[in-house]
Design a protein around this ligand. Sequence first.
Ligand SMILES: [Fe+2]
Ligand SMILES: [Fe+2]
Length: 476
Amino acid sequence: MADGHNDSRGDARQSFYARQQLIDSARSAFQLLSAVMKNAALYPEAHPFLLTSADKFRGKVEQLLASRKEVAFYLVGGELFFETFSIPIDQGLSLLMEQFSSRDIGGLAFKPGLTSPELIRLAALMNKEPEVLSGQGDSNDVIAKQGITHIELHRVLLVDKDAGNAIKEGKKKASEMYKEAMDAVKEMVQAVQQEKVSSLRKMNTMVQSMVDYVLDNRDALMGLSCIKMYDEYTFVHSVNTSILAVSLGSFLSFEKQQIAALGIAALMHDIGKVDIPHEIINKPGKLTFEEWEQVKRHPVEGALLLADVPGVSKLAMVAAFEHHQHGAQGYPRVEGDYQRHPFSQIVSLADAYEALTAARVYYSAQMPADQAIRILLAKRGTVFNPILVKAFVNMTGLFPIGTILKLDTGEFGLVQHQTRDLMRPRVLLLTKFDGSEKETGTETSLLETAGGKYKRSIVGTINPHAMKINLKKYLG
Ligand SMILES: [Fe+2]
Ligand SMILES: [Fe+2]
């Protein structure tokens, strides 16, 4: 249901403006509803202020009903949804949200035929003590007895629990997906090393299912991509870069075929490294001049290798050739005013982010994701296309999945999903983080409020590497 990250296909279909308009209408409807609730607490039932506010809300509902059977709002984890759209609300509306949640109301739907007196009666019930509506019985019976028949209340659904299971199942498949991708890259690299002609058919099928997967549940694969493995660095790096590039392609509402081509290009971007010895790739210290010259040849080698692979799209060659061509430090050097292909720019951004957050055998420090995001932001407009950086950050949030947050309550939170607010993701609460951390099992959104104030806020992040935290336990 109302899981904000899951509507990318819907987004593509809806035109941007129509969607924006709908979100605005839904938000103003909710604001008008809040006004009715407030007025009902201040004025007697027949007071013109109250009546006028009820009429206004009804008018807005009727407008929305012109193209739908009911106007339904859902409240999930401190967020407000209208249908599948997350509705940005300010803290002024959070009190109303709390009024609902303290009565176990997880959603409400307004049906055609709604009258202002019904609305005012509901407001009056809402202003009584919470037990009136949250008691044992069906709250819809309670309101029906008051003659309210065009409003339906939904309990806080056990959706959260079900969604949790769905996510876990999704993750299981995600890990299979990840393994398949690793195998496909390995096979390809071996074929290239043994100078066998390999076809991209298998890889194409794998990438297709990766794209389907990302379109359905982007977070599950992105979660896996932040688990860092020390061995098989190049394979892991290629798969993670591909997951990030595919996710960004889907976030930008590219056509499915384009996203798949992007996925292949990202998987293959470093194939030119096959002949570089491991000692150089994993060298802890500075490379010698000769070693560096050798490394710098990998974009050209990659493009040449891909030229020989049957069925490989030209885009993969182009991306391999161009993925390090950023700014004055980029390589290989190209004369004149050179514009990189947008796919190369995406691969290059995904590549850089992955490399920044990667775990390597000889490096003790693995950079936390939020720091890597800040580096990308700092390099927008110089090294990276600013529009792509913006989209990337909107996708990952400022605290990407897998980031461990220190909260102002003394708790720790492991980022699980983004919400509409880049500063307030959804987290899994953990009691402590010293290797014996306990999962409280509680998932919560940092958007949740109490008394009109946020319940929890971020005070800092924690480096998972330094703390020896096994992210796999939580995301794998
Ligand atoms: Fe590279
Ligand atoms: Fe790379």
